[in-house]
Unconditional design. Sequence first.
Length: 238
Amino acid sequence: MPSLDDYKGKTPAWCPGCGNFSILKTFKEAMIDLGLAPYQFMLVSGIGQAGKFPHYLKCNTFNGLHGRSLPVATGFRLANNKMPVIVVSGDGDCYGEGGNHLLHGIRRNLNIKYFVHDNQIYGLTKGQGSPTTMEGMQTKNLPYGVLSNQLNPLSLAIALNCTFVARGFAGDQEQLKYLIKEAMNHKGFALVDILQPCVSFNKINTYDWYRQRVYHLDHTYNCESRADAFAKSLEWGD
C-alpha cells in the first residue's frame, strides 16, 4: 500500500497560504486511496505555479512547455493505454495558451484526467489577468481593469459534451479528494476545475470570498442532465 512518504518530493516554493499546498496534499491522498503507487501513473504539466506540481512529487512526471501539456499527455496515452495519464495546469496554462488543445482533447474524449488550479490570475508572472479573471478586476498589467469577458471553462466543456466535468475548492479537501477519485475512475476525458485563492496577487477571490459562495450539490441533483449541468455552470459570485 503506498504512503505519503512514497510521494514526497522537493519542498514547495509556493507563497505561504497558496491553495496549491492543499491541492498537492489532497492529490497525494487521493492517489493513495485509489491504491496507486508513484510509478503507476504519468503526471504531465506545463508552465506556471501549478506547473511546478511535478517538482514536488516523486512519481513519473513530465514538465513541458506553456500550454502544451495536453499534446504531451496524448502521446503518453497513445504509447501506453494501460497507465493512467494526468495533466495538471493553471487557468492560464490550460484555458489561455493551452485552450486550443483543451477543445480538441474534449472533442476526442481522450482518457486523460485534467486538473486545473484556477486562481484567476497568472501567479508565476506576478499578477497578470488570465482568461478566468473577472471582468473589471484591476491587475498589475491592467490598472484600468480587465476588459475581456471572463471565460467560463465549465460551460465551455459542457457545450463540447465533455463526459466528466466538475468543480472543487482548495479549501474543501474532502470534497476535492472525492472529485479527484471520481475523475480518475471515469473512462474518458475528465475536467476538474479547482477554485483556489492566489494570496499574493488576487485580493478579491480570497478563501473567505469562496467560503461564502461555494456549496455542495445534494443528492437531488441529476449529474447526468446536461441541461442541469449547464445551468449550474453559469452560477458565479453573487
